[in-house]
Design a protein around this ligand. Structure first.
Ligand SMILES: O=C(O)CCC(=O)C(=O)O
Length: 245
């Protein structure tokens, strides 16, 4: 599914930007649904706010509407994840990350659970993120920043408050998807515009790992009963210790 160039970028740089992956109608629907969920969670006092209350995360999207159930099975994104994490990889979490006007830089980090592991970490990818651009990402509105090649450093990680000379912002048009090795130093950047920067984060892990969200407990009976074999695998039904699919 990935071209040789995209595979080589992932191997050497730790990221690749896939343009024009999500059709415009789907981008519109996913953005509208995301913003409605975010507003509902804020109104009910359950909004997961951070970055000085200027950014918001909505968790557990698989359970929050059929458009998200369909989206997370996108073959091109799964192809990229399977390249990095193996053909049986599973979903670790699916969230929307809204970087609002005035939000400062998000901390540079490596993804869960890599910082909890003893050094040196394995050199092969264990987790990977996909950042779905539901808006154009620009230098001004919070485009994801990252340090190319930093996934090859197998010890430690970035100092969260620091900036690095070799960090870059990844700009792109809505509908593109940025694939990031979870060991790459990355984070969102400051939003100096008056509009929201909306991105979905489809985060995946190897099948033997504990996911960031326990979809086997969180997914509703309704979602499970209509789940395709691919979605069941992503939710973790094929990777329960001691059980056969
Ligand atoms: O939204 C972004 O640009 C990246 C956010 C991120 O890396 C994260 O929250 O793990």
């Amino acid at each position: 599914m990935l071209t040789d160039t995209e595979k080589s970028q992932l191997d050497k740089q730790g990221f690749t930007l896939l343009p024009d992956v999500i059709p415009p109608d789907d981008v519109g629907e996913l953005r509208r649904s995301s913003m409605m969920l975010a507003a509902d969670e804020r109104a009910s006092g359950r909004g997961a706010m951070y970055l000085d209350d200027r950014a918001q995360r909505v968790w557990n999207l698989v359970n929050k509407g059929e458009p998200f159930e369909r989206a997370i099975q996108h073959p091109r994104i799964l192809g990229a994840m399977e390249y990095l994490l193996g053909g049986d990889c599973t979903l670790s979490s699916f969230t929307v990350n809204i970087i609002g006007p005035g939000a400062p830089n998000g901390h540079l980090h490596i993804d869960y659970p890599l910082r909890l592991m003893p050094d040196p970490r394995p050199s092969f990818p264990l987790v990977a993120n996909s950042v779905w651009l539901l808006d154009d990402f620009t230098l001004e509105n919070g485009a994801t920043r990252l340090v190319p090649g930093s996934h090859l450093r197998l010890e430690g990680g970035p100092e969260p408050e620091d900036n690095y000379d070799d960090e870059v912002q990844i700009c792109g048009t809505k509908g593109s998807v940025l694939i990031v090795n979870g060991a790459l130093w990355h984070g969102s950047s400051a939003n100096r515009t008056d509009g929201d920067r909306v991105g979905l984060l489809g985060f995946f892990c190897r099948s033997f790992m504990k996911p960031q969200q326990d979809h086997l407990k969180l997914a509703s009976n309704e979602v499970i009963s209509r789940a395709s074999p691919t979605l069941r695998r992503l939710l973790g039904f094929n990777s329960m210790p001691g059980a056969t699919p």
